[in-house]
Design a binder for this molecule. Structure first.
Ligand code: GMT
Length: 373
């Protein structure tokens, strides 16, 4: 198939899933065309069957807000025509879904261009339910030829919020289990913790929903009971506040702020525990990536996270903001080797059995075929 993919190319779960999906599809023989304003961060150029088409947004003094959605729609139609795309697959409803609908209408009736919208979370739970975007988000979901959600939670939430009867197929996020795998020796860990402390890891876009300050507070509690060093990977609006809190709690020596990291599959296996104290996660991709690497997630019981992490079996789930509860779980994992070994093993097993790319990608292929027929 010739597939066009549009996503946010920056640091964020939906762009990462879209990029990994494109790479997996190309690996399986499809021609994949990324259409976006920048090269997606995990997309190395020069991979066979992967193509990238940049959307240029011209500015003009009259435009206070350059019309990206229109430029995107034009580029989608242009690429679809030139490369005979069979379908478009857009990730994150706003504004990608409506741009795809415009592209489809521009090409009709000469050629058919069905599009699939994948909902990732904040496009429904935060942005889409904002009154200024609500009607257009519902409209674009209902006009999509296919619509998928990355968890059962998000499917339910979309139906609740938008009251739509449009079919939404749940296709869970996935992980490449060959790329993401445990590193039992954790040799690279000493670069961050020369005194041999075990590593905790947080990886996100540092938006308020991620509650990055909780990570700093959890570390401060953990260190009252056992040594540990925290790696904070990623960047975003709350990074400065987290760094300030680290100094205030005298934790700055025990935390490394890494900024944006490109090859997270090399970093994650160095850790013992992943911290994901989010206010909300529709899936929590990083928890899955951690499980595949034998790193045990200590997370919050929110949204779609319980569909990924089985509390007490391959990770721990606590209430949002319960610093003591999360810290106690971390201490248990750092001090009880048998417990850590058992949960890490279960995590790797569950990630491979339920969410490995070779189990999930065929679900997308089948769905595309259904939409095309
Ligand atoms: O919250 C983020 O990291 C960004 C956001 C996005 O769309 O870029 O992530 C959402 O999509 C991810 C991939 O499907 C999910 O793993 C995240 O749980 C989801 N974030 C939220 O629901 C808050």
């Amino acid at each position: 198939m010739n597939i066009g993919i549009t996503c946010y190319p920056t640091y964020g779960g939906s762009g990462i899933v879209a990029t990994e999906l494109g790479l997996e599809l190309a690996n399986r023989g499809h021609e994949v065309h990324f259409i976006s304003y920048a090269n997606p961060i995990r997309l190395d150029p020069g991979i066979p069957r992967i193509h990238y088409h940049e959307v240029e947004v011209s500015t003009y003094p009259l435009f206070q807000y350059p019309p990206y959605s229109l430029a995107l729609a034009s580029r989608m139609a242009d690429v679809a025509e030139s490369y005979e795309l069979d379908l478009l697959h857009v990730h994150y409803a706003i504004p990608h879904s409506i741009a795809a609908l415009l592209a489809q209408q521009m090409l009709a009736p000469q050629r058919r261009l069905p599009f699939v919208t994948t909902l990732h979370g904040t496009d429904i739970t935060l942005v889409g339910s904002d009154p200024s975007y609500f009607p257009i988000t519902r409209f674009s979901i209902e006009r999509s030829n296919g619509c998928t959600a990355i968890s059962e939670y998000l499917r339910r939430r979309t139906v609740e919020v938008f009251g739509t009867g449009h079919e939404i197929r749940v296709i869970h996020n996935f992980v490449n289990c060959d790329l993401y795998h445990p590193d039992n020796a954790k040799t690279g860990a000493s670069a961050y913790a020369p005194d041999g402390e075990k590593l905790l890891l947080h990886l996100s876009n540092f938006r308020p929903v991620k509650r990055v300050m909780d990570c700093v507070r959890i570390l401060a509690e953990v260190r009252k009971r056992c040594p540990a060093h925290l790696l904070m990977a990623g960047d975003g609006p709350d990074r400065g506040t987290a760094e300030h809190l680290a100094r205030e709690l005298k934790m700055d020596r025990h935390i490394t702020f890494l900024g944006k990291v490109n090859h997270v599959e090399r970093l994650i296996p160095l850790a013992h525990v992943l911290l994901m104290p989010s206010d909300l996660e529709s899936f929590g991709l990083v928890a899955l990536e951690a499980m595949a690497c034998g790193v045990v997630p200590v997370a919050t019981r929110v949204g779609g996270v319980p569909e990924v992490v089985t509390d007490g079996e391959d990770g721990f789930l606590e209430a949002v903001g319960d610093i003591q509860g999360q810290a106690a779980r971390v201490v248990a994992l750092l001090t009880d080797e048998e417990l850590h070994y058992r949960m890490a093993k279960a995590g790797r097993w569950n990630a491979a059995e339920r969410f490995c790319s070779d189990k999930v990608i065929p679900q997308y292929e089948k769905y595309y075929e259904q939409v095309l027929s």
